[in-house]
Design a binder for this molecule. Structure first.
Ligand SMILES: Cc1ncc(COP(=O)(O)O)c(C=O)c1O
Length: 381
């Protein structure tokens, strides 16, 4: 039996267990004091004035767009090379999604394509920090300001990322991070929205709790106040249980990033000369959340299957959103509307990458991939 290399190994251990035990000993387990403690610590960590914990980044993106007032009749420009959450958020807000194509070297959303896609109906741009490296935030901020529209960062995998001295979360009107199992820190599921705008933070918080005026409930002074719903919202808060798992991880993020960087550098060295393989160009300080490579057209699925058969966990990040049946058949999108993203998504494959992945496992993954690619290619996509 050949060696197995897992795609991912979650980093939760004794610190998180102790923190969880403390929370389970308290009265609160849903959104209470530990969630508030985490929000404050997370805002401080990313350098934002406010953070609001949410149930997932997917939900956070919907809340962000709704808080900005995006709705029916509006257009949201974003990239199709992301998890479905990004495009779907615009749809859930009631807007039309407009896909701008990518830079095929990095997979990141292309600023020229975004500019070309902006119309008088555009209300927001949502950029994605794909694989943990930042979209060109300085340029996108300028574009958004010039057109008087909002900028949202889908910063799902990018807590520790920066570019040209700019950190994730610092240029968008709102930025949304993910704490799902594959991200830099995890509570199984979860996310956080950060912003420097107190009004937006409050709107997001209210929308995450059924549109109730969260500042006025309970006893904010002056006696008991009934909860009052002022707008249609969701139930999407981060819980104290999730916060208990997240709090001890904040101080470990930098070391974990450095460890992933070592893994990525080793892959870079080992894979640089492998025929038929294209590495993804990196820009700035990546959080190295994903190591994505591209194989020749028509070979991705057979390579993926063969890697799995040989005991190596691989995944696809991502198939382009606009070629999914719902987008194609129900919404009428065509592959040619963002051909570079469609092509990238048909060829891309993610290799195992997690803090502490042993060098001999990295070597084994690289050797196996080179061997699989050297075999005659299958024709499946
Ligand atoms: C770029 C991107 N955006 C959004 C999401 C959604 O995050 P969540 O799983 O927290 O909803 C993901 C998750 O994989 C992602 O990678």
């Amino acid at each position: 039996m050949s060696r197995r290399v897992a795609f991912y190994s979650h980093p939760l251990g004794s610190d998180e267990l102790r923190s969880l035990e403390r929370t389970l000993g308290d009265v609160f387990i849903s959104a209470g004091p530990r969630a508030a403690e985490f929000e404050e610590a997370f805002a401080h960590h990313v350098g934002a004035a406010h953070a609001v914990g949410v149930s997932s980044c997917s939900m956070g993106l919907v809340l962000a767009l709704r808080a900005l007032g995006v709705g029916p009749g509006d257009e949201v420009v974003t990239t199709p090379l992301s998890f479905l959450s990004t495009g779907n958020a615009a749809l859930h807000a009631g807007a039309r999604v407009v896909f701008a194509d990518i830079d095929p070297r990095t997979g990141l959303i292309d600023a020229d394509a975004v500019e070309a896609a902006i119309t008088s109906r555009t209300r927001a741009i949502v950029v994605v920090h794909l694989y943990g490296q930042l979209a060109d935030l300085s340029r996108f901020r300028r574009i958004a300001d010039r057109h008087g529209i909002a900028l949202v960062e889908d910063a799902a995998p990018a807590i520790e990322a920066s570019r040209d001295g700019v950190r994730a979360g610092s240029a968008g009107d709102l930025a949304v991070f993910s704490f799902n199992a594959l991200k830099e820190m995890t509570s199984g599921e979860g996310g956080a929205i950060v912003t420097n705008d107190a009004g937006l933070a409050r709107r997001v918080r209210d929308l995450a709790f059924h549109g109730i005026d969260t500042q006025a409930v309970g006893d904010p002074g002056g006696g008991y106040r009934h909860y009052e719903m002022l707008q249609l919202g969701f139930k999407a808060s981060l819980t104290d249980i999730q916060a208990a798992l997240l709090l001890p991880q904040l101080g470990k993020l930098a070391a974990r990033r450095a460890s992933r960087e070592g893994v990525a550098a080793r892959y870079d060295r080992l894979l640089a000369e492998v025929p038929q393989l294209e590495l993804t160009q990196r820009i700035g300080t990546s959080s190295h959340s994903t190591f994505a490579v591209r194989v020749p057209f028509g070979r991705r699925d057979s390579v993926l299957t063969e890697m799995e058969r040989r005991g190596i966990g691989c995944k696809v990040h991502y198939r382009a959103t606009h070629i999914h049946p719902y987008y194609r058949d129900v919404l009428g999108f065509r592959r040619e509307q963002a051909p570079r993203a469609a092509d990238f998504g048909d060829r891309v494959l993610s290799l195992p990458l997690w803090p502490g992945l042993p060098p001999r496992d990295v070597d084994h993954v690289a050797e196996t991939l080179a061997a699989v690619l050297a075999e005659p290619g299958g024709a499946t996509k």
